[in-house]
Design a protein around this ligand. Structure first.
Ligand code: ADP
Ligand code: ZN
Length: 801
């Protein structure tokens, strides 16, 4: 018997090995194995079993790791799809489907080496400093896992062996299970009686679950995900988009749909963005399924767990003791089997996209996995992505609407404040318009709470000399440094570079002592507020204020219990937090997000405004939202004001269609990176020519080649409606040509320099990403780049900077 093995070296290749007689029956698809590779022994994963090989003189597998294969054939198939579609090496894709903690051999099979302190009669023998340190820890803890001990004492096994020789400690293997939630008391909950909208939605989901059987075949990406409207996909949708504001009862629907999956003998995966993966969220799921006939463990997978905890949570699922897996992005690979339901909450969240290889989008992987395993998929959001909305419109997904909050709360009243007028009347640009100031004063008087939102941390965005125009820049990134007042430091928000604030303008010809701060950040808002309302209790929440893990809980706890009056924050506070006493939300500069060089800028602004306004009026009192903006009539702002989801999406779709942006195409973003700008630029041009040649985008045919990304940036940042069509034509491209691939660039990335690397980009847009990815993989393989220039391929990028 032959086993085909991929190795954990990104080689884009598989190797055949003999299965030796003693391992027969132990090696199966998905097994982790150790094999000889050259002079080394390396770990790999069996991807196929074959009778024979075209290679001769095969080496044998050395050993099988673990008694149960780790990757199920189903998840393996998913990994293959990821490699194909996201244009990465299969090894890279495989790595992401298994948590590091599970992959590592030493993490073991629920058995770990434990070190135990032995009782020692009489005087301790003489110990070296390191041995003494190790002993001190162990003496206090009595017994602990070897790995943990070594990490804690920051030493090696050699030190420990000395102690063992001296008869102070003993090592023995032991099964341990770590439960990160072991200390919590969870009260069981019963299903609630659904309101009519909830009941209708749940009924559709249950019908789909009951009507499905595993299709067991691989659909291509265009069919399964967004994209072509020419799909042959005709069975009724088994992907749902559950559209409902926070508090409309989505989670209750998830819980009852999961219960149905369990009744059918199936399990479920629940994806939530990392930031929403709070103990409260997890508790709601555990509480429902902690007892009763459907009782099961709920496994939690996220990045804050220790390696050991992650290992155990994963194995609970693999062994079928936990039938529900809840987690962030990578939980989509949880080995739940059979899988009946996948939930993707806040499906529009960009954190579902992994920003390193494999650059997969967990929502899209969820849909693909659903197709492969016959599982029903429910995407939930108050502000769905345009892609998902479009898929509902063209019949791929079914839209389920929850138009009202469960408690019948009205949507808050949204007022737009035209900051241009405010600026004209006063001197310069204020942080608070008189209207917002007044509203805050009112709330303070009435003892109600306020949330102020600004999507920029720090004090001022930049340090500028009013005489010579000097702006303090990061030496390694092409961005201005941000002023942080408490520490009197300038900080780069890209790479973290820190430097002291200069006392005078650093330009030797200027030396102006009155160097000033331009722009605005959350710290500045906090300080201004303190001057305006000296008695108000103000607290700020952004990543600077959150130095420790507990800070998040503490700040929110204080706000919830009314210890603070005003909460200032960045997007961190935009999501899913429930504060009944908040009746006012102020958005300081709503247009900040609009001016990003990204075609999704409008969509993001709309989503952000909608989410942030959702924070107001959650109790008995109706809420009020003030949106301060310099472009008050921008559609993203106006539609958000009217809570008009459909209106915004329809007109945004029109804009995307005219410029052939997603969802009317799929994007591949190729970024070349290096320290020498000329080399990067040259390589980008070389790659551009290769692509033209190999993808058949010859210049004469290539009406489809656009001159440069900078054009696109401006169209992205706001050419819409009837302005867009001539712009597209001016670039010589007919707006509607179904089959073609459009190449734009190479051009400097919007953020040209980051962490000392220069970056150039090429953007491809196509209706057929699977085909393009395959082509790209070939082109990349044969591409010769200078040694110090690297290429990354990002399929369906969410961040274009
Ligand atoms: P979402 O997930 O959309 O934010 P939730 O499911 O969390 O909404 O519901 C919001 C609140 O309303 C929760 O406290 C939940 O327990 C409650 N709730 C949900 N559905 C019902 C219902 N049918 N009857 C009574 N309360 C409900
Ligand atoms: Zn920097």
């Amino acid at each position: 018997m032959i086993a085909r093995v991929t190795l954990e070296l990104a080689l884009r290749k598989e190797f055949d090995y003999l299965v030796p007689p003693e391992l027969l029956g132990l090696v199966e698809v998905g097994s982790r194995v150790q094999v000889p590779f050259g002079p080394r022994k390396v770990l790999g994963c069996v991807t196929a079993i074959a009778e024979e090989s075209d290679r001769t003189r095969l080496k044998s597998i050395l050993k099988v790791i673990g008694v149960q294969s780790l990757v199920t054939p189903k998840v393996l198939k998913l990994a293959r799809w990821i490699a194909d579609y996201y244009c990465c090496a299969p090894e890279t894709a495989l790595k992401s489907v298994l948590p590091e903690a599970v992959r590592k051999e030493h993490a073991g099979w629920r058995q770990q080496l434990f070190v135990r302190a032995l009782s020692f009669p009489g005087e301790l023998p003489k110990l070296s400093k390191r041995q003494r340190e190790l002993w001190n820890i162990l003496e206090e803890r009595r017994e602990m896992p070897l790995q943990e001990l070594l990490e804690l004492a920051d030493t090696t096994t050699a030190t420990l062996r000395r102690l063992e020789e001296k008869g102070l400690v003993a090592l023995s293997p032991k099964v341990s299970e770590r439960d990160p939630y072991a200390l919590e008391q969870i009260l069981p909950t019963q299903p609630l009686t659904l309101n009519p909208a909830q009941a209708a939605a749940l009924k559709r989901i249950i019908e789909a679950m009951d009507g499905r059987k595993a299709e067991g075949r691989m659909l291509n990406a265009e069919t399964a995900l967004a994209g072509s409207s020419t799909s042959a996909f005709s069975i009724r949708p088994s992907t749902f988009l559950l559209h409902g504001v926070t508090g409309s009862g989505k989670t209750e629907i998830y819980l009852q749909a999961i219960a149905h999956a369990l009744e059918r003998g199936q399990g479920a995966i629940v994806l939530v963005p990392e930031i929403s993966l709070t103990p409260q969220t997890v508790e709601r799921f555990k509480a429902r399924f902690s007892s009763g006939p459907l009782q099961t463990l709920v496994a939690v997978l996220h990045s804050h767990l220790s390696a050991g905890e992650r290992h155990d949570e994963w194995h609970k699922i693999r062994q079928g003791r936990a039938r529900i897996a809840i987690g962030a992005r990578s939980a989509i690979f949880a080995p739940v089997d059979p899988l009946g339901l996948i939930i993707v909450d806040e499906e529009h969240e960009h954190t579902y996209k992994q920003e390193e290889a494999p650059r997969y989008h967990a929502r899209d992987v969820a849909i693909m996995r659903g197709h492969m395993e016959g599982a029903t998929v429910v995407l939930g959001s108050a502000t769905p992505s345009l892609e998902s909305y479009y898929n509902c419109r063209n019949g791929k997904y079914a839209l389920l609407d929850l138009p009202e909050r469960v408690d019948n709360q009205k949507m808050p009243y949204v007022r737009i404040v035209d900051m241009r007028q405010v600026a004209r009347k006063g001197q310069g640009i204020p942080i608070f318009s008189p209207q917002l100031k007044e509203a805050i004063a009112q709330r303070l008087e009435r003892g109600e709470q306020t949330i102020l939102f600004l999507n920029r941390r720090g004090y001022s965005s930049s340090l500028q000399c009013p005489l010579c125009g000097f702006v303090a820049q990061c030496p390694d990134c092409s961005v201005a440094l941000t002023y942080h007042r408490p520490e009197q430091k300038l900080r780069c928000h890209i790479c973290g570079h820190v430097e002291p604030v200069p006392a005078v303008c650093p330009d030797p010809k200027c030396r102006n002592p009155k160097i000033r701060y331009a722009g605005l950040g959350t710290q500045k808002v906090e300080e201004t507020l303190a001057k305006l309302f000296p008695d108000a209790r103000v607290v700020r929440m952004d990543s600077d204020a959150l130095k420790r893990k507990e800070d998040y809980r503490r700040i929110l706890g204080d706000f919830r219990t009314g210890k603070t009056d005003i909460l200032i924050g960045t997007q961190m506070i935009a999501k899913g937090l429930h504060f009944p006493n908040v009746t006012l939300v102020g958005i300081i500069y709503a247009d900040l997000a609009l001016h990003q060089p990204d075609f999704r800028a409008g969509e993001r602004t709309f989503q952000l405004l909608t989410q942030v306004s959702g924070r107001a009026g959650r109790g008995d009192i109706e809420g009020e939202v003030f949106v301060q903006a310099f472009t008050p009539f921008h559609p993203a702002i106006q539609f958000a004001r009217r809570h008009d989801f459909t209106g915004f999406y329809e007109q945004e779709l029109e804009f995307r269609e005219q410029l052939r942006y997603p969802p009317f195409s799929r994007v591949a973003l190729l970024t070349l990176k290096g320290r020498n700008e000329d080399k990067v630029k040259f390589s980008a041009e070389h790659l551009g020519r290769e692509l033209e040649k190999r993808l058949g985008l010859s210049p004469e045919f290539g009406a489809s080649r656009e001159a440069s990304r900078s054009n696109e940036s401006s169209s992205g940042s706001r050419l819409r409606g009837d302005q867009a069509a001539p712009a597209a034509q001016a670039r010589g491209r007919p707006p509607h040509r179904a089959q073609e691939t459009i190449l734009a660039g190479p051009a400097p990335a919007p953020l040209l320099r980051a962490e000392t690397f220069y970056r150039y980009q090429i953007m491809l847009r196509t209706a057929h990403m699977t085909a393009l990815s395959r082509e790209l993989a070939k082109i990349i393989q044969s591409l010769v780049l200078p040694e110090d220039v690297t290429l990354t391929v990002d399929i369906d990028p969410v961040d274009l900077a």
